[in-house]
Design a protein around this ligand. Structure first.
Ligand code: DOR
Ligand code: ZN
Length: 349
C-alpha cells in the first residue's frame, strides 16, 4: 500500500536543552522509520520557546540536524505577548499548557484569555487542557473565535465537551494519541513509570468511547515524548512515552481489527494535519508499506534515543518498506539513507 508522507503534528524532540533524551537527528530518524516526513515540534524545551531568540536558535539547530521536514510551535507563559507579531511567520501555531506536565509551564485561565486576545492569527492555538478546564477554554474560544486544537483527548468527558463545541460551530479540532487509543490504565501495574504520561491512561470505557467517535477525532498525534530509562526508573519519573515508530503500525493493526478503514489512516495522519496547520501538498513524497506483513515491535529496533516503547512485544501489521521524499528513497525499511541536515525547516508563511 502506498501512503503519502505522514504528518505528526505533535512531537517533543528535546533539542536544544535535553539532547540526552533525543535530538533533532535521532528524533527525525525515528519519525522517518515510522513513516513520517513532516513533524511539528512543541515548545516545552528545558528553556521554553517563548522568545524570538530561542525560536531562531531552535530553527537554526534543526536546519543542521533534521533528516525530514520539521516545523515549530511557539510557547507562552503570558509574559511574551509583545513578541507574537515577530514570530507568527515562523511558526505553525501557539501551544499552551493548562495542566501540569513536563516543563511545568502551566498557566491560569485569565492568562489564557489574555493570550487568546493577543495571538491575532488564523494559525491555531494548540491546547494541553484536561478534563474540566476544557469547558473554560471553550468559553474563551466562543468569545474570540480563535481556531483551536485540543491535543491528546483521552476521556469520554473531554471528547464530549469538544463534540459539543463542534456542534455549536466553534473552530475547534482535536487529536488522540496512540497510547490513549491502544492502552488502558490496566497496564500501569505491569509497565509502571513506562505507562506514565499526561493526560494519564484512562479506563476501558473511555477508550471505547474514543474509538466509537473516531470519525469525530481529527488527527492522531503521537505526542512523542522520549525520556531515558534511567529517568523513568528514578524516584520521580517524568511524564511521557515515545510514539513516532509505533503510531502507523498500530493504526494499520486497527484496520485489520475493523476499528477503522484504510482511508482513515490518511485522514488522521495526512489530510487533517494539512488542513489544521495549512500545509501545502508534499511533492513526490510517499511511503510504501505492506499492510499484511506482521512483525513484533521491539525496543532493539528503535531509532529514538530513549530506546524503549510501551508497545514492545506487540504483534502488529504494517511493515514499512520505504519512505521517499522529493523523489529520493530516504529510508529502506531498516536504514536511514539520508544525512542530518537533508530535511527542511518548513516555511510557515
Ligand atoms: O506525557 C507528556 N509528556 N505529556 C505532555 O504534555 C508533555 C510530554 C513531555 O514533554 O514529556
Ligand atoms: Zn505533548
Amino acid at each position: 500500500m502506498k501512503l503519502p508522507g505522514l504528518i505528526d503534528i505533535h512531537v517533543h524532540l528535546r533539542d536544544p536543552g535535553q539532547t540526552h533524551k533525543e535530538d533533532f537527528t535521532t528524533g527525525t530518524q525515528a519519525a522517518l522509520a515510522g513513516g513520517f516526513t513532516q513533524v511539528f515540534d512543541m515548545p516545552n524545551n528545558a528553556q521554553p520557546i517563548t522568545t524570538k531568540a530561542r525560536l531562531d536558535e531552535k530553527i537554526a539547530l534543526a536546519k543542521k540536524k533534521t533528516v525530514i521536514d520539521i516545523g515549530f510551535y511557539y510557547g507562552s507563559l503570558g509574559d511574551n505577548l509583545d513578541t507574537f507579531k515577530q514570530v507568527q511567520d515562523s511558526v505553525f501555531g501557539l501551544k499552551l499548557y493548562l495542566n501540569i506536565t513536563t516543563g511545568h509551564y502551566k498557566i491560569d485561565l485569565a492568562t489564557v484569555e489574555r493570550i487568546y486576545r493577543a495571538w491575532d492569527s488564523k494559525k491555531p492555538i494548540l491546547l494541553h487542557s484536561e478534563e474540566d478546564v476544557i469547558e473554560n477554554v471553550i468559553d474563551i474560544i466562543g468569545k474570540t473565535r480563535q481556531p483551536s486544537h485540543f491535543c491528546h483527548v483521552s476521556s469520554e468527558h473531554e471528547l464530549s465537551a469538544i463534540l459539543r463545541a463542534k456542534e455549536k460551530g466553534l473552530p475547534v479540532t482535536c487529536g488522540a494519541c496512540p497510547h490513549h487509543l491502544f492502552l488502558t490504565n490496566d497496564v500501569v501495574d505491569s509497565l509502571g513509570p513506562y505507562a506514565l504520561m499526561k493526560p494519564n491512561l484512562k479506563s476501558q470505557k473511555d477508550v471505547d468511547f474514543l474509538w466509537s467517535h473516531i470519525q469525530d477525532i481529527d488527527v492522531v498525534e503521537s505526542d512523542h515524548a522520549p525520556h531515558t530509562k534511567q529517568e523513568k526508573d528514578s524516584e520521580n519519573p517524568p511524564f511521557g512515552v515515545p510514539g513516532l515508530e509505533t503510531t502507523l503500525p498500530l493504526l494499520v493493526t486497527a484496520v485489520h481489527e475493523n476499528k477503522i478503514e484504510r482511508e482513515d489512516i490518511t485522514r488522521l495522519l495526512y489530510d487533517n494535519p494539512r488542513r489544521i496547520l495549512h500545509l501545502p501538498e508534499q511533492q513526490n513524497t510517499w511511503v510504501e508499506i505492506d499492510e499484511n506483513e506482521r512483525y513484533t515491535l521491539s525496543n532493539d529496533a528503535l531509532k529514538t534515543k530513549c530506546g524503549w516503547t510501551p508497545f514492545a512485544g506487540w504483534n502488529v501489521f504494517g511493515k514499512i518498506h520505504s519512505v521517499n521524499m522529493r523523489g529520493k528513497k530516504i529510508y529502506d525499511g531498516e536504514a536511514v539513507l539520508t544525512k542530518p541536515g537533508s530535511g527542511k525547516v518548513i516555511d510557515a508563511l
